[in-house]
Design a protein around this ligand. Sequence first.
Ligand SMILES: [Zn+2]
Length: 336
Amino acid sequence: MFSRCIFCLKRRERADGSLDRSSEHVFPDALGGRLVVDYPCTRCNNQLGSSVDSDLSAFLLTKLRMHMLGLSDPNDPMPILSGRGTISADGTPVLSKATMAEGMTVKILPQKTIADNDDGTRTLSLKVDGSDLDAARKTISRFLQSTGQAAPTDADLDAILSQGRRGQYAQPNVNFQLALGPFPIRALVKIIYELACHWLGEGWFRRDAVARAMRRFILNGEKHPLIEMHGDSDKWPKAIEDLVSIYPGAHIGLMPMISAQRDCARVFVRVLDCYHCWMIVSKEPSNYTLPADGRVVINEPNKAVRETSMTMITVEYIHAMNLGPDSPLSLVVRSP
Ligand SMILES: [Zn+2]
C-alpha cells in the first residue's frame, strides 16, 4: 500500500490518524470500469472525477458509442451528431445530422448571392434544399422589398419558384467534419498513470520523471515532451496486436509491458472499444521492483503474451482511432 496520494503526493490523514484514501475506478464507472483502487486522497479524487473523468464520459463520441453498445442509461436521449460539410463534386455546403432513429440526413445549406447589374437592377441567386422552400420564399420576398417593390403574394412567389431549376444529387459523397472538440486526452493519461502506479509502485510515482510529467498533465493540462501518446494501430507493438487478437471483443483492456531492450516500460489501454492508446511510463524500468506474480507482460518477439492479472472485460471490438488531441474527426458520408 502507498504511503501517500498518487496525485498530490501528500500524506493526508483522517481524524483517527489513518491515511485518507478514496475509492477510485481506474476506468470510469460510467463506462463500465470495474477495476477499483484506493490510491488517491479524497480531495484529489473528487476534483479529478468532476474535471477529468467526466470529460471522457461526457465526450460526444463516448456517449454515441455507449448508446450503440447498449451501455447507456435507457433514459438518456441519443446524442445528435451534426456538422457542416461539402458535396465533393461541386463544393456545395451541406448540414449533416445523424440520429439512431433516422440515420444520417444531409441537407444543402442555403446559398445566396446578390449582384448589382450595370443597368441599376439587382439579381438574387439562390440555391436551397428542397425541404427549405419556405425559407426561400422569405428570402425572395425580402429581396423584392429591398429593391422597392411591393410585398409579393403567395401566388407571385410560387410563380418565381416555379422558374427555378430543380436538380438532384444522385448518391453524392459528402465531406463532413464533426465538431467534437478536443479529445479528453487527460482522462486517458490518468488511467494509464493509475495503472503505472499499480504496476511500478510508489518508487515510480515519487521519483520517475515521466510520472511527474504525467501528473502535471493530469492535474493542470501542462504539456511536456515526455508525454508521448500513441493511438495509431499501425504502430502498435506486436504484443498489443497479439492481445487484441486474443481478446477481439474487449471493452476495457490494459497491458503493462517492458520493451525487449528493457529500456522503457509502457502501458497500453483500450477504453470502450474505440479508444486505444499506449504510453511510455518510464525510461528507467530497472529502477523499480517489478511484480513477479504474472502482472507483467514482457514484449519479446517470439514469446507468447502472458496475461496481466487485471484482465479484460468483454463487449465488442470495432476499430482503433487515432488520438491526435486536437484533430477533428473527419468522415465521408453518403446521403440517403
Ligand atoms: Zn491527493
